[in-house]
Each structure stands twice: as structure tokens, then as C-alpha cells.
Design a protein around this ligand. Structure first.
Ligand code: ADP
Length: 248
């Protein structure tokens, strides 16, 4: 109990710190959103205009990051919108391809093109990126990273989208699987241990769930089950999802 209390207090002070930081960060980043446009007003030089766009891009991304950090610590959620799954996959693919080690093969499979979910695009994108980056880090010697999205029907007959991230990485032993979603649990020297917790919060905020299966030396699989808000035509029976701790 004492341990739990200490952890809760630590989480609380981290939250306060993060809230303050992200608030200040947003203010500091403001010029990055304005100055490049001013620069472009004063220059027709294509090189300068191109560089100005690079700065704007950084400002936008930094701002988004500060905002999601703020909403994470506040527990408040961003505006809900219609998320087109195909657009989400394209965005994630684009971002991943830019920083993919040459030893990792990326495979995207979208079983049905016209599905939509209800939630915040940036948050769900963050979830997929988190899972994909964890997968890449788990494959120091390379391997294949697969992102799959397919409609399934859950046990209650509801239409759900299963988004699956599969890697051929190190896999996780039972003691890691048990603590996967605990705040600050990390096995990495530079990890925060907040990635998966944040994924879980976002997915549960969308009335969805996360299911993990993993085998040491074989790889890991993260399944997100999310309610479909758009049209569904293909109906596959939901595969049985092994609870945390069982093999693939
Ligand atoms: P962080 O990445 O900062 O460590 P996470 O919450 O994202 O925080 O992950 C917690 C831990 O779970 C990681 O340190 C790692 O040990 C383990 N983990 C997560 N994803 C995978 C994966 N795909 N393969 C192997 N281990 C993983």
C-alpha cells in the first residue's frame, strides 16, 4: 500500500510538472507559428521560403505535442471527430517511413477501406506511433512490423475495428507483461514508461480496449478493439484475443 501511495504521489507531482512544462512550451512555441509566415512576406527566395516551412512544421508538431501532454495530465480529451481509418493509416505510414531503420520491413494491411471511427485523429495516430516505435525498438536486429486493420464482430455482436500491431522482436516475459501499463514502468535506459499507459487511456476514452500477447524470442502483438462508427460491409468473426500473459 505504501508503495502504491508513493507511486501515486510521484505520478501526481510528475503531472503537475508536466502541466506546467507543456503550458510554458506552448507559449514559447508561439513565435514558431507566426515568424515563418512573416519571413515569407519579406522574401521571394525559394530556399528561404522552404526553410520557413520547415520551421512552421516544427512549430505545429511541437504545439500538438505540448497539447497532448497537457490533455494527458489533465485527463481531458481532445475534440471528437470522424476518423477515416484509411487516412489514419496513410498518415502513420508517412511518419514511420521517415524514421524507419533499413532492417525493419513495414507492412500495412487495411482489410476494408471505408471504415470510420469516432475519436481524435491526432490522439489515435499517437497510439499507433507509440506501438510501432516500441515494436521497432524491440527489433534491434530487424524484422517485420505489420499494421493491420480489419472489421470484426465482438462477442456481443457489435461491429468493432481490430487494429493490430505485430512485431518480430524480443517479446516480453510474464513479469514485463504484468506491469506493461503501470505508470513509469520501463525496461529502457531512456524510456518514460508512460507510452502504453497513455495509449490505454486514449483507447479506453474511445470505448475501446487493448489486448496484448507476446512470446519471448518470437515477438509481440498489440490489438486495439475500437467501435466502428462508419459503414461496415464485411463481417468477420472476432478472433479470440488471448489475455495478457498468454502466448501468441
Ligand atoms: P517506454 O517505451 O518509455 O519504455 P512504454 O509504456 O511504451 O514505455 O513501454 C513499457 C515497456 O514495455 C517497455 O520499456 C518495454 O519493456 C515493453 N514493451 C512495450 N512494447 C514492446 C514490444 N513491442 N516488444 C517488447 N517489449 C515491449
Amino acid at each position: 500500500v505504501e508503495m502504491e501511495l508513493m507511486r501515486a504521489q510521484r505520478l501526481e507531482s510528475m503531472s503537475l510538472l508536466a502541466a506546467g512544462l507543456s503550458h510554458d512550451l506552448r507559449n514559447i512555441l508561439q513565435p514558431l507559428l507566426i515568424v515563418p509566415d512573416m519571413l515569407k512576406l519579406h522574401s521571394d527566395d525559394p530556399k528561404i521560403r522552404q526553410l520557413a516551412d520547415v520551421i512552421t512544421e516544427c512549430g505545429v508538431r511541437g504545439n500538438e505535442m505540448a497539447e497532448s501532454m497537457l490533455s494527458f495530465v489533465r485527463g481531458s480529451r481532445r475534440a471528437s471527430e470522424h476518423i477515416e481509418v484509411s487516412r489514419l493509416f496513410s498518415a502513420v505510414e508517412l511518419l514511420l517511413r521517415g524514421s524507419l531503420p533499413s532492417t525493419v520491413q513495414l507492412q500495412f494491411r487495411l482489410v476494408q477501406q471505408d471504415l470510420a471511427l469516432e475519436g481524435n485523429f491526432t490522439e489515435l495516430q499517437q497510439v499507433l506511433l507509440n506501438l510501432a516505435l516500441n515494436a521497432i525498438q524491440a527489433m534491434p536486429d530487424g524484422g517485420s512490423l505489420e499494421l493491420l486493420a480489419e472489421p470484426v464482430t465482438d462477442v456481443d455482436g457489435n461491429d468493432q475495428l481490430c487494429m493490430r500491431v505485430t512485431d518480430q522482436g524480443t517479446g516480453m516475459p510474464a513479469d514485463v507483461l504484468e506491469r506493461l501499463f503501470s505508470p513509469f514502468f520501463t525496461t529502457k535506459s531512456n524510456g518514460t514508461g508512460l507510452g502504453l499507459l497513455s495509449c490505454k487511456r486514449i483507447v479506453e476514452g474511445m470505448q475501446g480496449s487493448i489486448h496484448v500477447s507476446s512470446e519471448v524470442g518470437v515477438g509481440s502483438r498489440f490489438d486495439l478493439l475500437l467501435p466502428i462508427s462508419g459503414r461496415v460491409t464485411a463481417r468477420n468473426e472476432v478472433a479470440s484475443h488471448a489475455p495478457v500473459g498468454e502466448g501468441q
